[in-house]
Design a protein around this ligand. Structure first.
Ligand code: GDP
Ligand code: ZN
Length: 347
């Protein structure tokens, strides 16, 4: 296994330098189990546990992370001593801990936003995933799957481009193979791709198409310490033509969370209208000099897109409220003030 084909480059090497001085080796997290990791390294595949110090710090590597390890090659094992700085990260909220975020995937270069061209085609869902993608730091690419089931592919591509501003949009079909080569071109050797999209849109089918016939080879059968055979499904899958696909259960369940920055990028057009409103805190309701309402009125801004932005913004606010007990009590006070003011004005 050479590190470059796993995504290693000068900037990771840079952040690794202090660990090299400590005699550690670099490795990339391929699988995350409950208490054990599978790593790709110059020593091949290794099973690994966290060092006591990492455990104490509560630092947890995620699939895709580059880590500094102390290898024990004869045992096929290693200890993870440090997690290198991430280039991109998909986060999710830990359900049982109110305010903690957990990284579900790290160092993804390209994120395919997968939307089906069959019955449930929906640009609003695309905006949701774009927000997540921009927030992560990975480069989004929109893939419209099941092109073989759609009579009007060009119109759908056009519709998507209007929403995914500055993002490449491609139609693909698994059964005909159309577009698959193009998808592959986004994941050359050393690059890592991940997929986002609702269940049933064709993500697994696409991964299979990218992996081709080598899929079986990516499932390893190994004997564990008790002599049983255990099968490990890799979560960081090397593609036969180079590149890697990151496919974890965590990515599949990913929800919109804490993605203010991503929202601004996804809706850069709405933001630029909002920036022209007379009042900085304009709610785009009845305020005078509201550039957003003006753009809606003359059709420069699509009403549904505006509403989609509002909805996602509200959702993020709502999630923030859930995270932040202080904000929550403030909001409750605000609601009370509002209710009181209603009582005063009603008769
Ligand atoms: P996932 O849940 O996103 O992983 O979706 P799957 O890959 O499991 O696909 C869901 C269903 O859509 C399966 O029955 C696939 O065979 C079908 N499917 C996926 N891609 C295509 C495609 O390009 N064309 C057609 N006609 N069906 C597809
Ligand atoms: Zn306004």
């Amino acid at each position: 296994m050479d590190l470059e084909s796993l995504g290693w480059d000068a900037s990771f090497a840079d952040s690794f330098r202090p660990h090299a001085d400590d005699g550690l080796a670099p490795a990339r997290v391929a699988v995350e189990h409950r208490s054990e990791y599978v790593l790709y390294s110059a020593h091949g595949e290794l099973r690994a546990e966290l060092s006591g110090r990492l455990r104490l710090d509560g630092q947890q590597p995620a699939v895709g992370d580059w880590v500094a390890i102390r290898p024990r090659p004869d045992e096929g094992r290693a200890t993870i001593q440090a997690v290198l700085e991430r280039r991109s990260a998909f986060m999710r909220k830990v359900p049982w801990l109110e305010v903690k975020a957990q990284v579900v995937a790290a160092n993804v270069d390209v994120v395919f936003i997968v939307v089906g061209l069959d019955g449930n085609f929906n640009v609003r869902r695309m905006e949701r995933y774009l927000t997540l993608a921009w927030e992560s730091g990975a480069q989004p690419v929109v893939l419209l799957t099941k092109a073989d089931l759609c009579d009007d592919v060009d119109a759908r591509v056009f519709e998507s481009e209007a929403v995914a501003i500055g993002v490449p949009v491609h139609a693909v079909s698994a059964p005909t193979g159309d577009g698959v080569e193009l998808v592959r071109s986004y994941v050359p050797a050393g690059k890592t791709a991940a997929l986002l999209g609702s269940s049933g849109v064709g993500k697994s089918t696409l991964v299979n198409a990218l992996v081709g016939e080598e899929l079986l080879a990516t499932r390893e059968v190994r004997e564990d310490s008790r002599g049983r055979h255990t099968t490990t499904q890799r979560q960081l899958v090397p593609l036969p033509h180079g590149g890697l696909v990151l496919d974890t259960p965590g990515m599949r369940e990913l929800q919109l969370w804490d993605a203010d920055g991503g929202l601004d990028t996804t809706f850069a057009d709405v933001q630029s209208f909002a920036a022209q409103c007379r009042f900085a805190d304009c709610a785009h309701g009845r305020e005078p000099g509201c550039a957003v309402r003006a753009a809606l009125a003359d059709g420069t801004l699509d009403v549904e897109r505006f509403e989609s932005w509002r909805k996602l913004e509200r959702e993020l606010e709502h999630l923030e409220l859930k995270q932040d007990a202080h904000a929550r009590s403030e909001a409750r006070k605000e609601r009370r003030r509002f209710a009181r003011s209603l009582r005063k004005t009603s008769y």
